[in-house]
Write a protein of this length. Structure first.
Length: 714
């Protein structure tokens, strides 16, 4: 048996559960995936842009007319970024204006002019904000419009259980009077109070979700956004308003601006004026908008149909009619609805799937009055770990539950996993489970789930299911796993993922030429790149102030800078100001093989570790024991890789399955290396192949080894 050559046979996938001696799959890996059943390095990533303010908590990308628009939700609201549909590096952040939220309270009585009573404690010490000097919106169901009033006082009576609010009309608003309203008067059916914008950056609890709705002609796109307080716990019951705005920005003074307004029920035959507020999320089952939340709540807006008997043909789309015939409002489960997604509905279209904490529900448009919708309970025997843990790929839905993985392809089935399910769930930080999220990597037929491991409060690991080969693997502790949200490749042909590690970088320094104030001053030369929205600082490596505008004067060769807040103290002529790059990077994944952060390029380490090879457990090519209680002597490894850059081979061995492990030196081989000669002897051993060089990558082929039985063991 001396000098016998073996083909190294290792089953595809990475098996973490059980023992390494038991396994015939690879036993470990880092930033390595499988294609055609063999390992290869995952792609690299480069920073497209960075959010300089807060951790990204939701992301969507949509392309139109050659521009790819990326919207990122965080504790401070929403930021917008732009790039082309082919080039990942782009511009931003541009601030998206998100309107103040509103809450609604029904009028109880109108005892006198400009005075209303409301049930419950609606004062500033209660749950709402009827405070003196604040603005009250009174929605008239008769006029179907809002009128504005200033709060004079609000008083709660515990004996009656009523709050009395006294107001004065603002310009253009009629007097609120008892009885039937006449011209110039108003008797409201509902009172709406403004709340301050909750997205002020003070609390990182919002898990943003987005969707896109578009007109029947395809002439306009609308961004739908919702930021519920679901990060601390997914079953939170605090409602927040849904917002809508144009996908395409409005250009004002050469600046791209976006404005989003809170959705309310203000049109149709019986509008209530109430804000559309839920604690779950929002999705589009074109052309309808669906919102959902606690107690199995699902609701949608009304869309005028051309013909109610012909499902699938729709006319006028409105965001403000939630009371018309095709509008729907129902409670379909005991648990909270966490996620909604469209699904192919056949003749009953549109249709959608809605995941509750303990059920899966299908909603379908029937087109038949008076209900128009049917609701089917598909399963009450499934769970969902977080709102963003559902991934669709090729018409099949995969998701991570609280105790196992599932798929839906017409029926709900457990997604079989005997390779790493214990490794994942035994180490998942349940206190941060709401941050679990998934993404489809279609080119490689993969579904990735990011999750927080151990005591981590952010996602640190990725578990992967290959839907084509039906195998499981993971990415180890690679830095590329440190992501908080993302969006799959569409017209922009790369996945986009957001990092949660703040990375600051000092850019170009400029000399101050003139000072108007701490808010406005000029510098010598032209600011490059011309990026309003970026940050500048008088001190290197600190975040500084946000640049609002920059204007170059060719005659003086100076650029006037205006910031959104003043430097204090103001700079002096001759001081230096630095452009501050970076923040929370938004990464273009599957780009090259390195990590590219602006002009800083670093190698990405990738490795793969085989199963145990031995003569006591079989031989290096098979799992059938040859009956030899002998060590294995390894003399030569013949690499077979599609390879760029150097790689290392290291052997880890032990005498028994539970014995201490010993690591050899690392043997370096190159694309032109035909063999690696070595002399390693142990009873059981594993081979570790590693790539850790700039532009380094590999695809493993058929590895040959030369080995023979070594010393006999008692």
């Amino acid at each position: 048996m001396a000098d016998k050559i073996y083909t190294l046979q290792v089953a595809p996938g990475i098996k973490r559960d059980g023992t390494s001696f038991e396994s015939r799959e690879f036993t470990a890996g880092e930033w390595s995936r499988f294609q055609r059943g063999t390992p290869r390095k995952c792609g690299g990533y480069r920073s497209m842009f960075a959010d300089p303010t807060y951790t990204p908590r939701g992301l969507i990308a949509q392309s139109s007319n050659g521009t790819n628009y990326t919207f990122v939700g965080n504790a401070g609201g929403i930021n917008a970024f732009t790039n082309t549909t082919t080039v990942g590096v782009g511009y931003g952040p541009y601030a998206v204006t998100v309107g103040n939220e509103t809450f609604s309270v029904a009028v109880n009585t109108i005892p006198s002019n400009n005075t209303v009573t409301l049930k419950g404690d609606q004062t500033s010490t209660g749950t709402n904000l009827f405070i003196a000097g604040g603005t009250l919106i009174v929605f008239s169901t008769t006029a179907k419009q809002d009128y504005l009033y200033t709060v004079v006082s609000s008083t709660y009576s515990s004996s009656t259980g009523l709050t009395t609010v006294v107001v004065t009309p603002q310009s253009g608003s009629p007097t609120i009077v008892p009885g039937t309203p006449t011209t110039g008067e108003i008797k409201p059916a509902i009172v709406l109070a403004n709340q301050a914008n909750r997205y002020d950056g003070s609390s990182d609890v919002y898990s943003w979700n987005f969707d896109i709705n578009y007109s029947p002609s395809g002439s306009s796109y609308n961004l739908i956004a919702h930021g519920p307080s679901n990060l601390p716990n997914v079953d939170n019951t605090i409602p927040s308003q849904v917002y809508v705005g144009s996908l395409i920005p409005t250009v004002v003074d050469s600046f791209e601006t976006w404005n989003m307004e809170g959705l309310r029920d203000t049109t149709g035959s019986a509008p209530t004026g109430a804000p559309i507020s839920v604690d779950g999320g929002v999705c589009v089952l074109y052309p309808f908008i669906f919102v959902y939340g606690s107690n199995g709540f699902i609701a949608n807006n009304h869309v005028t149909t051309f013909n109610a008997d012909t499902p699938g043909t729709y006319g006028q789309i409105t965001f403000t009619d939630w009371n018309g015939p095709t509008a729907n409002q129902i409670n379909v489960a005991a648990g909270k609805i966490l996620k909604g997604m469209p699904v192919r509905g056949g003749t009953n279209s549109p249709s959608g799937l809605f995941w509750a904490t303990n059920a899966l529900i299908r909603v379908s448009f029937t087109g038949q009055a008076p209900l128009y919708w049917s609701n089917d309970l598909i399963s009450t025997d499934c769970t969902l770990i977080s709102p963003n843990a559902v991934v669709e790929q090729n018409g099949v839905y995969y998701w991570m539950g609280t105790e196992q993985f599932y798929l839906y392809n017409g029926t709900v089935q457990p997604l079989q996993n005997d390779k790493n399910i214990n490794w994942v769930y035994d180490n998942l930080n349940q206190n941060a489970r709401s941050k679990v999220w998934g993404i489809s990597i279609k080119r490689f037929n993969e579904v990735w789930w990011f999750y927080p491991r151990g005591t981590a409060t952010e996602c640190t690991d990725v578990v992967i299911y290959n839907t084509k080969d039906k195998i499981w693997y993971d990415l180890g502790e690679a830095l590329g796993c440190r992501r908080s949200c993302g969006w799959q490749a569409e017209l922009f042909p790369y996945p986009i993922m957001a990092g949660y590690d703040f990375e600051l970088l000092t850019g170009t320094a400029y000399t101050i030429a003139n000072v108007t104030s701490g808010l406005t001053f000029s510098v010598n030369g032209a600011i490059l790149p011309n990026l309003p929205g970026t940050y500048m600082s008088l001190v290197p490596d600190t975040r500084g102030k946000r640049l609002f505008s920059d204007t170059y004067d060719n005659n003086t060769n100076t650029t006037t800078l205006t910031f959104d807040s003043a430097f204090n103290p103001a700079p002096a002529v001759g001081d230096r100001i630095y452009q501050i790059l970076g923040g929370y990077p938004i990464w273009q994944h599957e780009y090259g093989y390195d990590r590219v952060f602006y002009d800083i390029i670093t190698a990405i380490r990738s490795s793969i570790e085989t199963c145990d090879i031995s003569f006591v457990g079989g031989d290096p090519s098979q799992d059938t024991s040859v009956g030899l209680n002998r060590r294995i002597k390894l003399f030569r490894v013949e690499p077979d890789f599609v390879q760029e850059g150097p790689m290392q081979l290291q052997i880890v061995g032990r005498g028994y399955a539970r014995g201490p492990e010993q690591y050899t030196e690392k043997y370096t081989f190159y694309p032109e290396t035909d063999k690696v000669d070595l002399q390693v002897e142990n009873r059981e051993m594993r081979l570790i192949f590693t790539s850790d060089a700039l532009n380094g990558t590999y695809q493993m082929g058929r590895i040959l080894i030369i080995a023979e039985p070594g010393d006999e063991r008692a």
